[in-house]
Design a protein around this ligand. Structure first.
Ligand code: ATP
Length: 317
C-alpha cells in the first residue's frame, strides 16, 4: 500500500497588522510569516476503502471531521471524485510536536502536508498554484505552510509574497500548557475594541499593505539583520491578549529583560517567542526565563528559522 511520511513545520508571526474589515467577515491583514524547525510528523497511508481515518497522539486534537487534516482529504475528494473512487481513502497519523491552539499554525501545517501527500497518492500532478488554491479554501495560514520560508502575507493571509528566506536566527518559544487562545476570539476582541480605526477603502488598504512590503522590517529581512528584525517585531493582537492574559504579558517581559534581539506573541497567542543570534544564547535565555517566571506549567522550546515548508521524508509506492 502507498504511504508517505512528511514533516510539517510550525510558523511564527514576525509581523501582524490588522488593516481593516472585509465583507466576508475576515480581516484584511499584512503579516510576515516565518517557518521554524519545530514540526509535526505526518504519515499518510492508502487504505483502499472510502473512509478517512485520523490518529493523533495529542488529546486535544480531534480525530473526526473537525480535524483540519481530515478536511484536507474531504476537499480533495470533492474536487477530484474520480481519483477518490480509484485510489480510495487514507489513514493519517499525526505525531504532534507543535503545541495546540498556540498561534503556531499547527492544524494548518497538518492540512498542508495532507494536500501534498494526497496529490502524490492520487497521482494528480497538481502545480504549486493549484495546490495553493486548494490550501486557501482550508484556511488562511495553509498556503503559507505549504511553501514555508519567509513571506509577506496579505488579504486574509492567503496572498503570499516570498521574501529572501534564511535560517541563521534561533527562536525560544514559551507557552503555558494550561492556556489556549481561540483565534476567532482574539480577532473578535480586536474588532470590538479597535474596529473604529479600520481603513475602509480598498485603495488605502492596498497602499498600507504595500507600505509594509517596502517598509523597514522587510528591508531588515532582506539584509538578514537580526537586531533590526528583533526591534521591528509587531503584532496588533497583543493589544487585546496582553491586558487579558497576564501569563503572556509576564513571559513577554521576562524575555524582554533577557537580552534577546526581540520578543513578541505569535499570531493570536498564547505562545511568546524571542529571537537570538545563536543556539547557545537561546539555551541560556530559556534557562534564565524559566528561573524568572517560576511557573512549572510553562513549556519551552529552542528552535531556529527554517527556509522550508512541507517536506516529504520518505514514500512507499
Ligand atoms: P493558527 O496559528 O493558524 O491560528 P493555532 O496554532 O492557534 O492556529 P491549532 O493548533 O491549529 O491553532 O489548533 C486550533 C484548534 O484546531 C484546536 O482547538 C484544535 O483542537 C483544532 N484542530 C483541528 N485539527 C487540528 C490539527 N490537525 N492539529 C492541531 N489542532 C487541530
Amino acid at each position: 500500500m502507498r504511504s508517505y511520511s512528511l514533516i510539517a513545520p510550525a510558523k511564527i508571526n514576525l509581523y501582524l497588522e490588522i488593516l481593516g474589515d472585509r465583507p466576508d467577515g475576515y480581516h484584511e491583514l499584512a503579516m510576515i510569516l516565518q517557518s521554524i524547525e519545530l514540526a509535526d510528523q505526518i504519515e499518510v497511508r492508502a487504505i483502499g476503502t472510502d473512509t478517512i481515518l485520523i490518529h493523533c497522539d495529542h488529546p486535544q486534537v480531534p480525530s473526526d471531521s473537525s480535524n483540519l487534516a481530515y478536511r484536507a482529504v474531504e476537499l480533495m475528494a470533492k474536487v477530484f471524485p474520480d481519483a477518490f473512487a480509484k485510489f480510495g481513502g487514507v489513514e493519517i497519523t499525526i505525531k504532534k510536536h507543535i503545541p495546540v491552539a498556540a498561534g503556531l499554525a499547527g492544524g494548518s501545517t497538518n492540512a498542508a502536508a495532507v494536500l501534498v501527500a494526497v496529490d502524490m497518492m492520487w497521482q494528480l500532478g497538481l502545480t504549486q498554484p493549484e495546490l495553493q488554491d486548494l490550501a486557501a479554501q482550508l484556511g488562511s495560514d495553509v498556503p503559507f505552510c505549504l511553501a514555508g520560508g519567509t513571506a509577506l502575507a496579505t488579504g486574509r493571509g492567503e496572498q503570499l509574497n516570498s521574501l529572501s528566506a534564511f535560517n541563521s536566527l534561533y527562536v525560544v518559544l514559551a507557552k503555558d500548557r494550561n492556556l489556549m487562545i481561540s483565534t476567532p476570539w482574539a480577532y473578535q476582541a480586536y474588532r470590538s475594541e479597535f474596529g473604529h480605526t479600520y481603513v475602509r477603502d480598498t485603495q488605502s488598504l492596498e497602499s498600507r499593505a504595500h507600505r509594509v512590503h517596502s517598509g523597514p522590517i522587510v528591508n531588515a529581512i532582506r539584509h538578514k539583520d537580526g537586531s533590526q528584525i528583533g526591534r521591528l517585531l509587531h503584532n496588533d493582537l497583543e493589544k487585546v491578549v496582553l491586558p487579558t492574559t497576564p501569563q503572556v504579558a509576564q513571559l513577554r517581559e521576562a524575555f524582554q529583560s533577557s537580552g534577546v534581539l526581540g520578543t513578541m506573541m505569535s499570531g493570536s497567542g498564547p505562545t511568546v517567542f524571542a529571537l537570538c543570534e545563536s543556539e547557545a544564547h537561546a539555551q541560556e535565555v530559556r534557562q534564565r526565563v524559566r528561573g524568572m517566571i517560576a511557573n512549572p506549567d510553562v513549556d519551552f522550546w529552542v528552535t531556529r528559522f527554517s527556509t522550508r515548508g512541507i517536506q516529504i521524508v520518505s514514500s512507499v509506492t
